[in-house]
Design a protein around this ligand. Structure first.
Ligand code: KMH
Ligand code: ZN
Length: 275
């Protein structure tokens, strides 16, 4: 088995301080939370940013500032979110990928539309194709975000058209109200649909985060944790930090005899060059 890649998603677009007062919001806070997560074992940071009011933003300048602060002290893979918030337009979502002074090594790519709580996370065919083509042109490794089984098939169609290159890397985001639920059976079912040679990670939402993470460690997959997906350490107890959630996965991996990858090892596993 490869070493375990832990991704931390420290902020997301939906979580608020009312949900968890420890949520990082400013560039300095998001960078600090990311660095602490890296020190705890994360090798990828799945990055969303917020504006000065704490609202979700796709402003490349804010991304740039957070990345600058992270790079001062550590070298994780920074994975830019192109999902943004459900209210963001396709142009806004792609903006950081087009305008960052230094291209990101990775970015997220959701390959289909899904109900998202009371909203719709809108990813029609034209949008997905444009995003995939842009990533390919710029040499950015996509993480294919799968909320529903059909999204795998949509990704494979893009491979056939030449817009996505194997080996693919999938993230199964399970437990969003409106998408597939966070059960072991769903994870196993999805694993049967991805091409051999793919890498995969799992992002269990809420209580599913820990259970699915443990399964991924034993099956040779990778794990994403953080306040974007889950704000609790255990039932009724808020997590004190993103790093706390990362540390638990790293500890669990140790108990299960799976070594944790550092950023360079993660680059090798995902076959990305690094900068
Ligand atoms: N905030 C969600 C609507 C991604 O980052 O690519 C979408 C999301 C996925 O978070
Ligand atoms: Zn995200």
């Amino acid at each position: 088995m490869d070493k375990l890649i832990i991704t931390c998603c420290p902020v997301g677009a939906e979580t608020t301080r009312a949900d968890n007062p420890n949520l990082p919001l400013s560039p300095g806070e998001i960078a600090r939370a990311s660095l602490d997560a890296v020190a705890a074992g994360a090798s990828i940071v799945h990055l969303h940013v917020r504006d000065e009011k704490g609202n979700p933003s796709q402003d490349p300048k804010i991304f740039e500032e957070v990345i600058r602060l992270i790079r001062k002290d550590a070298d994780p893979i920074v994975q830019i979110s192109t999902g943004g918030a459900v209210t963001a337009t396709a142009e806004e979502r792609l903006k950081p990928v087009l305008e960052l002074a230094q291209l990101p090594e990775m970015a997220s790519l959701t390959t289909g539309t899904v109900n998202f709580g009371n909203d719709v996370f809108y990813n029609p065919p034209g949008l997905i194709e444009t995003f995939a083509k842009t990533f390919k042109e710029k040499g950015i490794k996509p993480e294919i975000e799968v909320f529903e089984a059909g999204m795998i098939n949509n990704a494979l169609r893009l491979v056939k058209k030449g817009h996505l290159l194997a080996p693919l890397h999938f993230d199964f985001v399970l437990g969003v109200p409106g998408g597939m639920t966070g059960t072991a059976a769903n994870l196993i079912f999805l694993l049967g649909l991805i091409p051999e040679g793919s890498t995969w990670t799992v992002a269990g939402v809420g209580a599913a985060e820990l259970a699915l993470g443990a399964i991924a460690i034993t099956l040779g997959g990778h794990v994403r944790v953080g306040f974007e997906d889950n704000i609790f350490y255990r039932k009724g107890e808020l997590a004190t930090s993103n790093a706390q959630l990362v540390s638990r996965i790293a500890r669990l991996a140790g108990e299960l005899n799976r070594e944790v990858a550092d950023p360079q090892e993660a680059r090798r596993i995902l076959k990305i060059k690094g900068q």
